[in-house]
Design a protein. Structure first.
Length: 332
């Protein structure tokens, strides 16, 4: 069925994890596709193109599971989950332009298909639709929660762009980028579900901490896959971080192990990625940088799981624990 299109393209492992909330994710797909009916002219076509490209639908799933931990189901978690996904999709529209990415979910990006100018405006449009959904629930706290996340995401992207090709980028700076770019929105998805369930402040904080750590793990793995993944599996353009001079965890780890002269060689590789990528990736693997990236991501995932310790055993909790394990073992 059309509304399941986005879910059918993810790995079977993730589909298995989503079985308990699949009806709600189908509702989310319908809500996302309904957004296309609001626009005129080219808008419906380009929104359907982006939505039907698929994706993990991680953020809607987390909203739904977080709400279910507090005994909340129904339409409201679906609405908040759809809003979180629209914010994510809007960011991807803009990121793909910045990164000059050609593929996402094994399809040309919106920028390639419709042009940079249209993709920029599409991202803006999706942000508006996301906050319109949130506003429909009449809860200013939810709007404020996601507004702060969106601000942080923009800030993280801008700061990372300004630090391209800077070999002195610190690990602390990198972690602050992914905190803002990825972890904050995933934390808000969890906190949003908790808010709908009217959980206590401590419980909301714990679920937010799960989401933040999950987001940190997710982005470190994503950055590692950008270096060593296969486009036929990941479904998106790879080596974009290399091509754009963005130092990510494996590159920072490698740099910190190098002598001054080898650091100069590293910078030369980063400035000539088209010819140097194979040598650089071999260097990263042999240095242990890739393994260390996986170790760090696993640590964040473990902290995410620990954040759920205060909650009694339940199917939503078990699913969240399994998602944390999935994040660090995924191939795309």
């Amino acid at each position: 069925m059309n509304e399941a299109l986005g879910l059918q393209k993810e790995q079977s492992r993730l589909e298995d994890l989503y079985q308990g909330i699949f009806p709600y994710l189908l509702q989310t797909e319908r809500a996302l596709q309904d957004v296309a009916t609001h626009g005129q002219g080219l808008i419906p076509e380009i929104i359907r193109y982006v939505v039907q490209a698929g994706g993990k639908r991680l953020r809607p799933a987390l909203v739904i599971l977080s709400a279910q931990i507090g005994g909340k189901a129904g339409d409201e978690p679906v609405t908040v989950g759809a809003a979180a996904e629209l914010i994510h999709l809007a960011t991807l529209c803009h990121d793909d332009i910045v990164d000059r990415a050609a593929l996402r979910h094994q399809k040309p990006t919106a920028a390639v298909e419709f042009g940079d100018d249209v993709a920029i405006l599409l991202g803006d449009y999706l942000y508006v639709e996301a906050f319109s959904l949130l506003a429909s629930l009449g809860d200013p706290i939810l709007i404020d929660l996601f507004a702060k996340s969106t601000r942080a995401m923009c800030q993280g992207e801008i700061n990372q762009v300004k630090r391209r090709f800077k070999l002195d980028l610190t690990l602390s700076e990198y972690l602050s980028f992914i905190d803002n770019k990825t972890a904050t929105l995933i934390a808000s998805a969890m906190r949003g579900g908790a808010r709908l369930a009217r959980l206590s402040s401590d419980q909301m904080t714990a679920l937010g901490y799960y989401g933040w750590n999950l987001g940190m793990a997710f982005q470190i793995i994503d950055d590692t896959l950008d270096l060593i993944g296969e486009e036929s599996i990941t479904g998106k353009t790879l080596r974009t971080d290399l091509a754009n001079g963005k130092l990510t965890f494996p590159l920072i780890y490698l740099r910190d192990k190098l002598s001054e002269s080898d650091q100069a060689t590293l910078m030369g590789y980063l400035k000539d990625v088209e010819n140097s990528a194979p040598k650089l990736i071999t260097w990263l693997k042999e240095s242990g940088a890739i393994k260390e990236g996986l170790r760090q991501a696993t640590n964040f995932a473990s902290q995410a799981k620990n954040a759920l310790a205060a909650f009694p055993s339940s199917t939503p909790k078990e699913t969240l624990l399994a998602i944390a394990d999935y994040i660090v073992t995924r191939a795309r």
